[in-house]
Design a protein around this ligand. Structure first.
Ligand code: 1GP
Length: 239
């Protein structure tokens, strides 16, 4: 459990972690070396790979290419079982616990089980909580679930707590890729107060200030996709 232990240790030492999310659907293979080199010389600590809708086999090609150019850990953040590849180092085994679609709570996991036991991937059980941010996100559409309302803080806290009690090792608060507004600091800090496991936050973070706000509120690891897709120099502005 090397990857998970690293995240737990970072949390203990209050060392903040930053993941870039690479969507295999939105990157060209020939651009990967260039993009990954920019990531390598930045403060980014992890590379997440995944998307809501990715063609069969594409994730493997993309991960293979990324691995050629970096020593950073590459962790799958899959929207579906076809995105599983043993070319990565680990996988967030996501249960969409904000929703009530059995497929995304346990169904896909059953489908993936034998495939996963044939790989050396470090599998990290993760409670994935989608929070409403003003517009419909891909996760909501693909999973056919409703996000939690951001003013229903008690429900958000209880959902995170239940995830921890079920044995999940990480909680991921998600506003959705390309969200208009990231998850508010007040939500992050309240969830954090009730949680013993590390907290991941992502969706709609597009500035250094928004990143810092998420860390200050208690995020242990922040995920950024869109801001880097739109501006490959984005991470250069952080230090
Ligand atoms: C999406 O949380 C990640 O799953 C990242 O979102 O693309 O908005 O940075 P953005």
């Amino acid at each position: 459990s090397k990857l998970l232990q690293y995240i737990i240790n970072a949390k203990k030492e209050d060392k903040k972690l930053l993941a870039v999310l690479i969507d295999p659907d939105k990157i060209e293979l020939k651009n990967i070396s260039n993009v990954v080199n920019k990531v390598n010389r930045s403060v980014v600590t992890h590379i997440f790979v995944g998307g809501s809708e990715v063609a069969t086999g594409l994730t493997e090609l993309v991960v293979n290419e990324i691995k050629k150019h970096t020593k950073l850990p590459v962790i799958l953040f899959p929207g579906d079982t076809i995105q599983i590849t043993n070319k990565a180092d680990g996988l967030l085994f996501l249960s969409l616990i904000s929703g009530r679609n059995a497929e995304y709570l346990i169904g896909k996991h059953v489908e993936a089980a034998s495939k996963l036991s044939d790989t050396k991937l470090e599998v990290i059980p993760t409670g994935y909580i989608l929070i409403e941010n003003g517009k419909q996100t891909a996760v909501e559409r693909v999973s056919e679930t409703k996000p939690l309302q951001r003013n229903n803080i008690d429900l958000i806290i209880d959902t995170a707590k239940a995830g921890e009690l079920l044995g999940m090792q990480l909680i991921y608060l998600e506003a959705g890729s390309g969200a208009t507004q990231p998850i508010e600091g007040s939500i992050i800090s309240k969830v954090k107060q009730h949680l013993n496991i590390p907290l991941i936050v992502g969706g709609g973070i597009r500035s250094k200030k928004q990143l810092q706000d998420a860390y200050d509120a208690g995020a242990d690891l922040v995920v950024i996709g869109t801001a880097f897709e739109n501006d490959e120099l984005f991470f250069d502005t952080l230090s």
